[in-house]
Design a protein around this ligand. Structure first.
Ligand code: SF4
Length: 351
């Protein structure tokens, strides 16, 4: 690409952005500098989650913990509880860890340098570049799923993802401007989200239609190509909903999952290990001897790498029975950070 093309791509996109930018709660108004804490928080939340879902969570977090120091000082359990429903709980634990590192090592201010940002917990290449560009206007190149799609089309890259990533990065770097890098990054994201959409790109209103090779070749909607995914395996498990009559009302047994591994440190309805063997013996993991009754349909939950079928059973014990875990009053369940799969199990158990 000749330099003039890069400059025209930059100025056309920035002019389009000035007219059509999305208003998002974590974005600074035009001409103002974004708060690095808000940018970081939103970027961590947006990993694997849609803008529509993140908005409410973002506003609740910011109201409850207005600064990174407030978040660092919060008990981890409170953070996990606010996070419940966003999934991928390792992100929430890293969020809390990162807030503490920013307070302890950087005096409560996010570093502006991409390489230093990369050393913080939970911050990878994409997030470091996004914070450096959006919050500090550094000339960092930001490539998310939207940008991958836009660049694949702009250059008609037919190599399937993820193999095409290095080529996409090279092109993205070649057109990143030195000035207004943050606006440019957000403009590409907005273009991907509102114009260069996955199924039916609106090339007629696109500021880059004059340069777009996929549009010219009539293959825009077919790009980016993706390698065929391996089918998700299914795992099976059992969840044991155990109630008793407590001193102050009905109670249910919950348990904390081990710190390491999927949903680490989250509360759960006591469950058997999740295995790919549908005939595995789940009953030996029952938390107590009880008369168990099965819920009709298994709870199905889809994780990134597998699909889970959880058989839910209900039981009851008398107050003196010892079982590992914590007894929680049914009307206090909302106080606990329960992952989505467990809220599904609870709903099934309670009918
Ligand atoms: Fe996407 Fe069409 Fe614009 Fe090309 S012209 S970048 S395919 S919206």
């Amino acid at each position: 690409m000749i330099l003039n093309d890069a400059q025209r791509l930059q100025s056309d996109l920035l002019a389009w952005y000035d007219r059509h930018r999305r208003t998002l709660p974590w974005r600074a108004p035009p001409g103002e500098v974004a708060d690095p804490y808000a940018v970081w928080l939103s970027e961590i939340m947006l990993q694997q989650t849609t803008v529509a879902t993140v908005k409410g969570y973002f506003e609740r977090f910011l109201t409850r913990w207005p600064t990174v120091a407030d978040l660092a000082a919060a008990p981890l359990d409170d953070v996990l509880t606010e996070w419940a429903g966003l999934g991928y709980y390792a992100r929430a634990r890293n969020l809390h860890k990162c807030a503490n590192v920013v307070v302890e090592r950087h005096g409560g201010r996010f570093p502006a340098n991409e390489a230093v940002l990369l050393e913080l917990p939970g911050i990878g290449r994409y997030t470091a570049a996004a914070i450096a560009a959006i919050a500090f206007d550094q000339g960092a190149t930001v490539v998310d799923g939207n940008v991958e799609r836009v660049i694949s089309r702009l250059r008609a890259i037919e190599t399937p993802l993820p193999d095409s990533k290095p080529e996409i990065w090279r092109w993205a770097e070649a057109i990143t401007p030195a000035a207004r890098a943050g606006d440019f990054a957000q403009a590409m994201m907005d273009l991907g989200a509102t114009v260069c959409t996955p199924r039916t790109p609106l090339c007629m209103v696109c500021p880059w239609s004059w340069a777009c090779e996929a549009r010219a070749a009539g293959i825009a909607a077919d790009l980016p190509r993706k390698k065929a995914r391996k089918p998700r395996p299914t795992r099976y498990g059992m969840a044991f909903w155990l109630e008793r009559e407590g001193k102050a009302g009905r109670e249910v047994l919950l348990r904390r999952r081990p710190e390491e591994g999927l949903l680490g440190g989250m509360m759960e309805v006591p469950s058997s290990p999740w295995t790919e063997d549908p005939a595995a013996d789940g009953w030996s993991h029952a938390p107590a001897q009880a008369e168990w009754t099965a819920v009709d349909e298994p709870v199905v939950h889809v994780f990134t790498h597998f699909r889970l079928e959880l058989d839910v059973v209900r039981g009851e014990v008398s107050a003196g029975v010892v079982a590992e875990g914590v007894w929680v009053r049914l009307d206090r369940l909302a106080d606990y950070a329960l992952p989505t799969v467990m809220t599904k199990a609870i709903k099934a158990a309670r009918g």
